[in-house]
Design a protein around this ligand. Structure first.
Ligand SMILES: [Zn+2]
Length: 647
């Protein structure tokens, strides 16, 4: 019996796992049938690859295959999730309810017996003729189990490239199959949504495989086709109104026929897999996007697309999760010369008035501490994520102690004020300092300065940009996590770098007046070498020629990347200040507040002698003086209180 036949006959979808509980029907997701059946002993495949979006029942498909193994093709199996925690969650939220709901499985899987040798546990399900071990790709111990016949790598693009010095978790899991490989009975299924094109394992495996795509006939002209997003430059694909109701529909690639979402079920029923490279000769690989999903609607997908406009990080998420395609991080990245050529001119020490939109509503100061000084960037942020490079540079001096000369300069610098278009003199709303290097010094320095935050970068796509809570750094020692050192604020640098590079790619059309969301403004202070720093990293998988070890992550391509680090911390501080969470009303309020403050101050201090710069900055050598303006100045203390409120 093939896995799909078993599922149709015996599988019950548990109520807590799906909005469609009850007997499993292959007809609902016909695209899963061929994929599941590559696991049958009669199929020639040894390794099946599925690069997929969300909403295509990938997890249910895996449950079907595991059920079929337990009931009909028993043997030892290993299921690997990105982390032990993810594996535990999947077991208790998906796998155990499936066993409970499906009679034949419940009868075969031994009851949970704590520490019992023959019973099942959260990690290991025992049944006659085999067992299923669930582990995490971050656990060396979990991957060193005895030999197995079946290996399942779920969400493999989230796997770490290596575990400590033990090697690549994917290779470690595969090594478990060795004894079954000799008899030709081994099977592997790798399933994941893709991440970054240059580093995506699932995308690479998909490309190396048969490259199957699900083809459905147009209900009008019958032309067989893959449903694709299309885009505004394409005649075919998903088309919609720019505002709700979106009335999303599909335009047939062959003849321009209009297809509605309700017609999808009938199309899927007649769908079939077409492989770019014929069987056999390559291992089977499949691609699935959410446009063919019976569990979402095109309107819903369009809403996500519209929400992602102007935000590169959300666009990446859309491409990965909805289209099931890898994100091209390096593609059409601007060169340093191009950024230099588009620099604007505005007075140093001021916040330029925007051509359109709100202009700068938040200001961040972010710093990267080195042995011989401190790199810094002041960035102004608009509500549509446009940013303005207000000032950047390097404070040379000693950084080994809190009173080191570089920190003294920084103390003066953080009080720097920028004259905004309404006449307010504005300080940074939040100051962030990299604490990876001089951790103790930076943490202590920030303690007595309420607007300053010690930051540390954390790797990984799942790290949130700004979790908002200071914690000690986590170290992993022999598979155990330990927390050590003073408390610093973690920053998810991976997704923020995507946001940064995506923003640098945003261009203004030559004849357009309005700057698009996320556009980065720079002024005459920027040099080509500064821009090289901003462009100094790429996301890549690298193999060490000596050791053969593979690492994945952001890699430096230029000697200096300090201004990039400052920018990423600036993005994190903008998140802290509510960039992604403020409602439109809150943004309005903020904009009107600065307008109101300026006009109140104008009427209060309507005397020309008060127009001088505040005394605060006059004795700080590290800062250029704020240029005198004809307009009166808002006093520092008034602005400061308001600024602290915002945090
Ligand atoms: Zn058609």
């Amino acid at each position: 019996m093939k896995p799909s036949d078993w599922a149709e006959r015996h599988r019950v979808v548990a109520e807590e796992t799906s909005p469609h509980p009850g007997k499993w029907r292959n007809a609902r997701t016909p695209f899963l049938v061929e994929i599941m059946d590559t696991m049958a002993p009669s199929h020639w495949a040894r390794r099946t690859t599925v690069m997929k979006s969300v909403q295509v029942s990938g997890s249910e498909g895996l449950s079907n295959i595991l059920g079929w193994i337990i009931d009909s093709a028993p043997g030892p199996a290993l299921v690997v999730h990105p982390t032990i925690e993810a594996g535990r969650d999947w077991t208790s939220e998906k796998f155990e309810p499936t066993i409970e709901a499906t009679k034949r499985l419940k009868r075969k899987v031994s009851n949970v017996v704590i520490r019992g040798r023959d019973g099942s546990t959260l990690k290991r399900k025992r049944f006659p003729g085999g067992s299923i071990v669930v582990t995490g790709a971050n656990s060396g111990a979990g991957l060193r189990q005895k030999s197995v016949r079946y290996v399942f790598l779920d969400d493999m693009d989230e796997f770490p490239p290596k575990i400590g010095d033990q090697g690549d978790p994917v290779e470690m899991a595969r090594a478990r199959k060795t004894s079954f490989e000799k008899s030709g009975k081994d099977k592997e299924l790798d399933v994941s949504t893709p991440t970054i094109k240059s580093a995506s394992r699932i995308a690479r495996q998909y490309e190396a495989g048969t490259q199957g795509r699900w083809h459905v006939p147009c209900p009008h002209c019958g032309a067989e086709q893959v449903l694709k997003w299309g885009g505004k430059d394409q005649a075919f694909g998903i088309k919609f109104n720019p505002v709700p109701p979106y009335h999303a529909h599909y335009v047939c690639e062959a003849n321009g026929c209009i297809v509605q979402h309700w017609q999808l079920e009938g199309m899927n029923a007649q769908g079939r897999w077409v492989h770019a490279f014929p069987f056999p000769g390559r291992e089977p690989s499949y691609h699935l996007n959410s446009l063919i999903s019976p569990f979402t609607t095109w309107d819903h997908i369009v809403a996500k697309w519209i929400d992602a406009q102007g935000d590169p990080e959300k666009l990446k998420t859309f491409v990965n999760l909805q289209l099931g395609e890898p994100w091209d991080e390096a593609g059409d990245r601007p060169k340093a010369e191009e950024l230099l050529a588009r620099c604007e001119t505005w007075d140093a020490g001021t916040v330029p008035a925007p051509v359109s939109g709100s202009g700068v509503l938040l200001i961040t100061l972010s710093c990267d501490v080195q042995g011989d000084g401190i790199w810094y960037r002041f960035i102004g942020w608009g509500r549509d994520r446009q940013s303005w490079g207000l000032q950047h540079g390097f404070l040379d001096g000693e950084t080994g102690t809190e009173t080191g000369s570089a920190f003294q300069k920084l103390d003066a610098l953080r009080r720097k004020q920028f004259r905004d278009r309404w006449g307010n003199d504005r300080r940074a709303d939040a100051v962030g300092i990299d604490a990876n290097y001089q951790t103790e010094v930076v943490v202590n320095w920030c303690k007595s300065r309420l607007d300053c935050f010690p930051l540390r970068g954390e790797d990984g796509w799942r790290q949130p940009a700004w979790p908002g809570k200071a914690t000690p750094r986590t170290f992993s020692e022999r598979g155990k996590a330990r927390r050590k050192g003073p408390k610093t604020f973690p920053v998810g640098t991976w997704p923020l770098k995507t946001r940064h590079f995506g923003a640098l790619k945003v261009k203004k059309e030559a004849d357009a007046i309005v700057f698009p969301g996320s556009y980065c403004h720079f002024n005459q202070d920027w040099s080509e070498s500064d821009f090289k720093q901003l462009l100094s990293e790429i996301f890549a998988t690298q193999r060490n020629r000596k050791t053969g070890k593979v690492t994945q992550g952001w890699h430096q391509t230029e000697v200096d990347n300090h201004l990039l680090d400052c920018t990423v911390y600036g993005l994190a501080l903008a998140e802290k200040l509510g960039m992604s969470t403020k409602s439109p009303a809150e943004w309005e309020w903020l904009e009107r507040k600065w307008q109101r403050l300026a006009s109140e101050q104008r009427s209060l201090f309507d005397a020309p002698e008060l127009a001088d710069e505040p005394p605060d900055d006059s004795d700080s050598p590290a800062i250029e003086p704020v240029p005198n303006a004809v307009r009166p100045t808002v006093t520092t203390s008034v602005v400061m209180e308001e600024v602290i409120d915002l945090g």
